[in-house]
Ligand binder design. Structure first.
Ligand code: UDP
Length: 241
């Protein structure tokens, strides 16, 4: 079993990208029916005052360190954390092996039209990939049962849920048993990036750990949310015994 690191009460797996991909492949093979979360500093901060989210994360089969803040925190607390495993990259890696392995994907989330664009992009990038369904993330509560039924009927191996944090985690936890998908991953803005609606930071910025700054610049409404980062650093420092 993987080594877990407790960051402000959230158990994060100490895994490399290759290990994370291998674990997901195992979950698909055994049709495990699990949730995988991608924990950045903002998500962990939210979990400190959102018990429901914290419990979901701590019951998830795999919580990958999505974000430099998460990697820094683990190391600061004296634990090994080999590398950042961004949700976007994990999704791309899984889609990369999908044509050969026959994995079927379902894209749920983001604004109307975005998931379909992400599907077209995936089909261009990974020829032969099977995206068995798409659905935007702005359905009404009365349509929820139909959304669940559509996913169930499409029988994906991997469900990518891009409804934002913590909606995607709570939605998946509530419907997991019914959905009968082997693996469901909360991927935040991944479909937006694939569809070209949102940009990821250039590689050099990712390399020097400034992707958070890029996101803040691109989406000024995120500035408030960015404040979670310094608070996260302070909380982690204070939690070190
Ligand atoms: N989103 C959605 N339904 C909602 C709220 C958000 O599908 O009710 C989508 C939104 O369009 C975006 C994604 O969730 O594509 C992730 O949102 P955000 O950029 O806030 O990401 P986070 O940082 O929360 O993962």
């Amino acid at each position: 079993m993987a080594y877990k690191v407790n960051i402000l009460g959230v158990q994060v797996d100490s895994v490399t990208m290759a290990e994370a991909v291998a674990q997901v492949e195992d979950f698909v093979r055994t049709r495990a029916g699990v949730i995988i979360a991608t924990a950045n500093a903002e998500m962990i901060m939210r979990a400190t005052h959102d018990e429901e989210l914290k419990n979901i994360l701590n019951e998830a089969a795999l919580v990958v360190p999505d974000g430099d803040g998460t990697v820094w925190a683990a190391r600061h607390l004296g634990h090994p954390m080999p590398e950042r495993v961004a949700g976007y990259d994990l999704a791309q890696n899984l889609m990369g092996v999908a044509p050969q392995k026959g994995y079927k994907f379902y894209f749920l989330g983001s604004a109307p039209g975005v998931a379909a664009k992400a599907k077209a992009k995936a089909e261009a990038l990974y020829p032969g990939i099977q995206i068995v369904g798409v659905r935007d993330g702005y359905f009404r509560p009365e349509n929820e049962a139909a959304v669940v039924a559509a996913i169930k009927e499409a029988k994906p191996d991997i469900l990518l849920a891009a409804l934002g944090v913590p909606k995607q985690e709570k939605w998946l936890a509530r419907h997991l048993a019914e959905l009968k998908v082997p693996v469901a991953i909360g991927v935040g803005g991944t479909l937006d990036v694939m569809a070209g609606v949102m940009k990821r930071a250039p590689h050099w910025m990712q390399r020097v750990h400034l992707e958070w700054l890029f996101r803040g610049m691109l989406q000024p409404k995120r500035i408030g949310r960015l404040m979670a980062l310094p608070r996260f650093v302070m909380r982690v420092r204070a939690s070190k015994t």
